[in-house]
Design a protein around this ligand. Structure first.
Ligand code: C2E
Ligand code: MG
Ligand code: MG
Length: 607
């Protein structure tokens, strides 16, 4: 029976003499150690390089190939190994030999034949040193209150991920920076001891939030950097009420977000201190590896910036960031605030771009394009604010407002400039707008209020907007069609539409994306795409409008290919309503002069 239980301490015995090896192995196993016995120095080194390798070693000086002395030197060269206590065994008793053993890195030196009781006593001394070393390492890398990894440990781990990420673009990881809201109130009102107690409870709940469950099982199974087999990330305490979590081997942003939401949920339940319920919330910032961080500190810094933003935006929430966020965070914040105010002050304007028939060159209708008259910035184009409007949900108000303006406006022009058939009005509908439950009744209401004939309104949708939920899309498009409005697919060719998709949704108009039109004359592939879209439209009985037409050569080629309608700077830039009225008054029959069939002759549009 083993004298002591040393099972957790592995010991390596390296000796080329089988008898000595066997004797040492049996003695040490009897003393309770887990023994790995090898015959030469190379095998010994191989054992140390493994994870969970031995922490104690008995090395015979004279092992073949790589001798005990060289093994000592080699081990000391590897600073990444945990501390290994090395005892050299040798029959050499000369003082110089003993000294050179210590010089090489040995902790102890025993001469052969050795007394087995003395050997065990020396090993016990070695064990004490290894354990002390482990404690020092642990304390240097852990927070004493929660026993979680500290900032140094966290950054060390994160640095490994960053290096690996630079070499392997598919490897993705995320950092969550979590800060408790109003924690100081607890410390100030209940005292520091209560604050400390609460932090330990919070650490427990955070740990619970990164436990594996079915939804996030995958990352744990792929061997993520979890500190515990049940956990899918590494939780650390940076100090105070600031925690961080590192996830690696994640698929995409959604995994980080899922955990952030779980944290939000778990933290908001009350904590009870002496029967008194204490409530807190957490603000979380998320940084993703995708954009190639080269320093762990930068990534943690970005997660912290996002976390601060979550605080500014109302606490108890999470915010994501990307590398460009550094510079844009403040600007974006201001943009969103200003946008909110812009809806109250109605700072938006609608510009109208004519859509022209390529047969005679007359205007058949207009596309409404939003602009923002932003104080101090001037007229801002949609590219500068539509995505922020989408993110904040303000697009719903803006979209509805534009629809009203555009419908009223086209009714007014159709009265002022009667023509046959009357002008149409195209209005862009964003993804968020399309997702609204009451979109159809909104459109119906605006049509009724403005008195516009439904078939004069064209709603422009992009492929991505309509592809999300096929069943719902089919239903909503059907209801819109039932109202009598016309449906257009905008920027056609840039998404993933299939033929069956176009047929199923019974769309009326295809708008060829500007990128194909602008490349059409010097790129045969673009020209082929334009041709294909035109024949697709004709086969399905749809109208086709070419977008972004800028030159007479493009007009001629489009006409030659059988395209009936176009829109672009060649005819007119988007104009404010006064500009449209001027154009309609000046060109009596509302038409533009088209280039002659001989391409190359430049004809200026009528103004
Ligand atoms: P879009 O619907 O494809 O609109 C056409 C864009 O191309 C407009 O840009 C227009 O000014 C521009 N354009 C027209 N002809 C030419 C040309 O010959 N050359 C060039 N280089 N550009 C031309 P804009 O007004 O900046 O709008 C950009 C996008 O913003 C629109 O693309 C649309 O997706 C979105 N947008 C505009 N207004 C609204 C709106 O009221 N609601 C929503 N949800 N989105 C809008
Ligand atoms: Mg459009
Ligand atoms: Mg477009």
């Amino acid at each position: 029976m083993a004298a002591r239980n040393n099972r957790e301490m592995k010991i390596l015995v390296a000796d080329d003499d089988p008898l000595t090896r066997r004797l040492l192995q049996e003695t040490l196993e009897h003393a309770g150690y887990e023994v790995i016995a090898v015959a030469d120095g190379r095998a010994a080194l191989e054992c140390f390089s493994r994870k969970d390798g031995p922490r104690l070693a008995l090395l015979d000086w004279l092992t073949p190939e790589v001798n005990g002395l060289s093994v000592c030197r080699e081990i000391r060269r590897h600073s990444e190994y945990p501390y290994i206590y090395l005892i050299l065994l040798s029959s050499r008793r000369a003082k110089e030999d003993i000294l050179s053993g210590f010089e090489a890195g040995a902790d102890d030196y025993l001469t052969k034949p050795c007394d087995l009781e003395e050997l065990k006593a020396r090993l016990r001394a070695g064990e004490r040193i290894v354990k002390l070393e482990d404690k020092l390492t642990h304390d240097a890398l852990h927070d004493t209150l929660t026993q979680l990894p500290n900032r140094t440990f966290f950054l060390e781990r994160l640095a490994l991920c960053v290096v690996w990420g630079l070499q392997h673009p598919d490897y993705k990881f995320a950092v969550l920076s979590v800060d408790m809201d109003r924690f100081r109130v607890v410390n100030d009102s209940l005292g520091n001891a209560a604050g400390d107690w609460l932090l330990v409870q919070i650490a427990d709940r955070l740990r619970g939030s990164i436990r594996r469950d079915d939804a996030i099982l995958r990352s744990a199974e792929e061997g993520g950097m979890a500190g515990h087999p049940e956990e899918i990330g590494m939780l650390a305490r940076l100090g105070g009420d600031k925690f961080t979590i590192l996830f690696d081997h994640i698929r995409d942003a959604s995994e980080g977000i899922r955990v952030a939401e779980r944290i939000q949920h778990n933290i908001q339940a009350p904590f009870y201190i002496d029967g008194q319920g204490v409530f807190t919330t957490a603000s979380t910032g998320i940084a993703f590896s995708g954009s190639g961080y080269s320093a762990a500190e930068d990534m943690l810094g970005d997660a912290n910036t996002a976390m601060s933003r979550a605080k500014v935006l109302g606490k108890g929430r999470y915010e994501m960031c990307d590398p460009s966020m550094h510079a844009t965070a403040a600007g974006r914040l201001r943009l969103e605030t200003d946008l909110r105010r812009a809806t109250e002050r109605e700072e938006f304007r609608v510009h109208y771009q004519p859509i022209v028939s390529l047969g005679e060159g007359h205007i058949i209708g207009f596309e409404a394009l939003v602009r923002w008259q932003r104080p101090e910035f001037g007229l801002v184009m949609p590219g500068g604010f539509i995505s922020a409007a989408e993110d904040t949900g303000l697009i719903l108000w803006i979209g509805n407002w534009i629809l009203q303006q555009a419908c009223r406006q086209i009714c007014a022009w159709n009265q002022q400039f009667p023509c046959s058939p009357p002008f149409t009005m195209a209005v862009n509908i964003s993804a968020k707008q399309f997702a609204q439950k009451d979109l159809v009744s909104q459109v119906g209401g605006i049509l009724r209020d403005s008195g516009l004939a439904p078939d004069k309104l064209r709603l422009e949708l992009t492929e991505s907007v309509t592809m999300r939920d096929e069943e719902r899309t089919t239903r909503i498009l059907g209801e819109l069609k039932a109202l009598g409005v016309r449906l257009c697919i905008d920027d056609f060719g840039t998404g993933y539409s299939s033929l069956s998709y176009l047929r199923r949704f019974a769309l009326d108009v295809l708008k060829i994306d500007r990128s194909f039109v602008s490349e059409m004359l010097n790129n045969s592939e673009s020209q082929e795409i334009v041709k294909t879209i035109l024949s697709l439209g004709s086969n399905l009985g749809m109208e086709v409008v070419a977008e972004g037409v800028e030159t007479p050569e493009q007009v001629s080629r489009l006409k030659a290919l059988g395209c009936d309608f176009a829109q672009g700077y060649f005819f007119s830039r988007p104009l404010d309503s006064a500009g449209v009225v001027r154009t309609l008054v000046n060109s009596e029959q509302n038409f533009y002069t088209l280039p002659q069939e001989s391409p190359g002759r430049l004809v200026a549009p009528v103004r």
